[in-house]
Design a binder for this molecule. Structure first.
Ligand SMILES: NC(=O)c1ccc[n+]([C@@H]2O[C@H](COP(=O)([O-])OP(=O)(O)OC[C@H]3O[C@@H](n4cnc5c(N)ncnc54)[C@H](O)[C@@H]3O)[C@@H](O)[C@H]2O)c1
Length: 435
């Protein structure tokens, strides 16, 4: 046991020892070098003074130091021999500093910056990435915005940085390939310390394509980026936008599992756009203000795997035909945008809004607010291993997956219909990483 009562946790002395390398061996090496004992004493006195504002004098500080090498030696007086005395004090300091500082480091960087929130957007120069980054830049929840893409992010970040909001903005590209090979510094700087990573990187649909048609390109992009998350920000909440979400979320999970850092509470697919569409369509049909509606949308994020639960919308009245039309329009709302853009991509502005709503809700939850929103997460609600449903988010990410409750006969029939498709797309993602 080391007793070191006068230098408290978090003192500047503790910080100094950590920044100097913070290991007993480093300090022992200094002690055994040519440096004279009296110089060592002087340095020690200086450090003790720095580290303990409350100690009246260095002597008092030293008297409070004791090193216990077992019960027999508890509280024994400091040895008179100066060299041994100095070495013991140095070892004592180093041990105390390391035991104080190490837990903070092993908890991860964000544990030391709980008062600031860092969001990383991967694919930040794209159709979704740019407006999403803009909304993040405007959010009071964001202190640091980190934009990463394979093109254009220095420009995007420079542009955003002129907006007078509190967050700082960083724009990074992948670092050039070099030899010897090293980590992608651009991705590293983007991700280190991130609390939330939002991933809209990848190619969008063209008319006639399903989200699954994007698999071949986007699967590798998401895999590479999540490998970066595993390495540089293993504790961050990862929000996947890149399609096909039904497969890219399982891909992300498998990558994190392989790296030994998978935490199901910290991974979600963003299905918020389905909720936005359902709210808008049902409000329009009823002549309501969409802000007063919050439709639960369950399942996945592709065609028939999207299931809005309109039976739960209080006060809504529609015929069976209207219900069918609203349900199908919500399931295939993305196709409307793809067709209207005529080859120029899929939903970007509404998706940026939806991605931002999701990310900002997660930030609020991480700082202690309880937030419930639909998300595609690892789930045991159905036979599909991942499922979108209302989820409670809190300080640790996903805190609770809420029960599904009773579905109407109409909704049950859609749930049965989607299940084989959803499970197939999930399995495709799992197999991609483990092939
Ligand atoms: N979840 C949803 O509800 C939803 C809705 C709409 C679109 N999407 C999906 O979002 C993705 C992006 O759509 P978009 O319209 O913004 O496409 P986009 O082509 O406009 O932008 C994609 C960006 O990703 C970047 N990128 C590509 N590879 C990268 C890599 N390895 N690392 C970092 N960045 C990389 C590109 O350079 C580009 O800037 C698509 O997969 C699309 O299907 C999802």
């Amino acid at each position: 046991m080391v007793c070191f009562s006068s230098v408290t946790a978090g003192s500047s002395l503790g910080s100094w020892v950590s920044s100097a390398g913070g290991s007993t061996s480093v300090l022992s090496a200094v002690v055994s070098s040519e440096v004279s004992v009296s110089l060592m004493e002087r340095m020690m006195r200086g450090w003790c003074r720095m580290g303990d504002r409350h100690a009246r004098d260095v002597k008092a500080t030293e008297e409070k130091l004791c090193i216990d090498e077992g019960e027999a030696s508890r509280n024994k007086a400091m040895p008179r021999d100066q060299t041994t005395r100095t070495t013991m004090i140095m070892n004592c300091l180093a041990t105390k500093a390391i035991s104080t500082i190490r837990p903070a480091f092993t908890r991860g960087i964000h544990a030391t910056t709980t008062s600031t929130a860092k969001v990383a957007v991967l694919g930040a120069a794209g159709g979704i990435g740019q407006p999403l980054s803009l909304l993040c830049k405007l959010s009071p929840e964001v202190d640091e915005l980190s934009c990463y893409d394979i093109v254009g992010t220095p420009g995007v970040a420079a542009d955003l940085s002129h907006i007078p909001s509190k967050s700082s903005t960083l724009g990074r590209l992948p670092s050039p390939v070099k030899w010897p090979m090293g980590p992608n510094e651009g991705l590293k700087e983007t991700l280190e310390g991130a609390d939330v990573v939002v991933i809209p990187a990848g190619v969008p649909r063209k008319p006639g394509m399903t989200r699954d048609d994007l698999f071949n390109t986007n699967a590798s992009i998401v895999k590479t980026l999540v490998e970066g998350c595993a390495q540089f920000c293993p504790d961050a909440m990862i929000a996947v936008i890149s399609n096909p979400v039904n497969s890219t979320v399982p891909i992300a999970a498998e990558v994190l599992k392989k790296a030994g850092v998978y935490n199901p509470k910290k991974l979600a697919g963003v299905t918020t756009l389905d909720v936005c569409r359902a709210n808008t369509f049902v409000a329009n049909s009823q002549g309501w203000d969409p802000k007063d509606v919050d439709v639960t949308v369950i399942g996945g994020h592709a065609g028939i795997t999207i299931l809005p639960l309109f039976s739960r919308v209080n006060g809504a009245k529609f015929t069976d035909e209207e219900l069918e039309a609203l349900t199908v329009r919500t399931q295939f709302g993305g196709d409307e945008v793809v067709a209207a853009k005529a080859g120029a991509g899929s939903a970007t502005l509404s998706m940026a809004y939806a991605g931002f709503v999701f990310a900002e809700n997660v930030l609020k939850a991480l700082r202690g607010e309880e937030v419930t929103q639909c998300a595609f997460v690892e789930s045991s609600l159905t036979e599909a291993p991942y499922f979108a449903s209302p989820v409670k988010f809190g300080k640790n990410g996903v805190e609770e997956i809420l029960p599904l409750g009773e579905l109407s006969a109409y909704e049950k029939q859609w749930l049965d219909k989607m299940m084989p498709e959803l499970k197939k797309q999930i399995q495709k993602g799992i197999d991609f990483v483990n092939k």
